[in-house]
Design a protein around this ligand. Sequence first.
Ligand code: SAH
Length: 342
Amino acid sequence: MSIYNFTQKELENYLIENGFKKYNAIQIIEWLYEKKEKDFNKMTNLSKKLISFCIEKIDINTPKIIKVEKSPLANKYLLELKDNNKIECVLMNHDYGYSLCVSSQVGCNMGCSFCESGRLKKVRDLALDELVGQVIAVSNYENIRIDSIVVMGIGEPFDNFENIKRFISVVTNNKMINIGQRHLTISTCGLVPKIYEFADLETGVNLAISLHAPNNDIRDKIMKINHAYKIEEIMKALDYYIDKTNRRVTIEYVMLAGINDSDECARELSRLVGNKLMYVNLIPYNETSNFDMKRSNDFKIKSFYDILKSNNINVTIRKEMGGNLSAACGQLRAREEGSEIC
Ligand code: SAH
């Protein structure tokens, strides 16, 4: 079992159950996360008995980085898990610091029609140590401190909700990864019951929704999940979330030429968002040769942006970080598994 598979509370309970003291958990956590020690033998304030217990029962391994693609704004890492499955994460170098985009599952079952991840059907959820391991592996490899995390890689985080809750606990624990709640963002395609549960956690963790369409007709065509949860239900859940947390929600909107980028779509989206505590992030589509969908051209994106602006909607256009390195979800892994994309 990996040491990264424990929250603080779980490690305390595990050690107590095995005859050790609660404070031993904090001792180990400090060695691991603060001093970055990888050898139990060198954790000098632990008893001999605890050291041999840890060596016998626990390892300090993370997923192995097997491939790196670098570009000036973003690096992409392919990682291999213990069962040989592969996942990917992307490191972005923003002016406000390093941001890591992590995967939540091996593959994805949501089946959005424009997304590579969906072609690689879900194999399994990622365990906590595989979520945390992406952060540890990349920050060790680059010898940097990661300042913020977005769960926007391969997979649907709300379809792996229990482990995402534990991940939030490890990431925001100031003795562990120690990233503030406001620097962690979870992105979902809109699993409505989980939006309510997430709201009820009352954390300061950010929520992003992949909306990608201003009405059910268009959304039905590009996102399978819309057959289960309609836009009205998502908006109602978001109202509940905003009411409960007073946190601004990010609406992600991938710009697909001729599908969701008309002026009418922009007006419809403006009406949907209205004066809610939301902001819209327009995402230029990262084209792949497996789908015939095209990226809206810059002129279209700008006019869509202008219409939202003129309706007083908070809106930004996402900077394209990884277009030339297949950084859109699932693209690197898909290529490694033999399907040509770039
Ligand atoms: N399942 C979650 C998180 C993973 S996808 C979700 O749906 O939010 C992260 C974001 O990237 C989503 O908004 C997704 O729609 C978008 N995305 C997927 N493929 C893309 C592509 N080729 N170009 C641009 N954005 C893409």
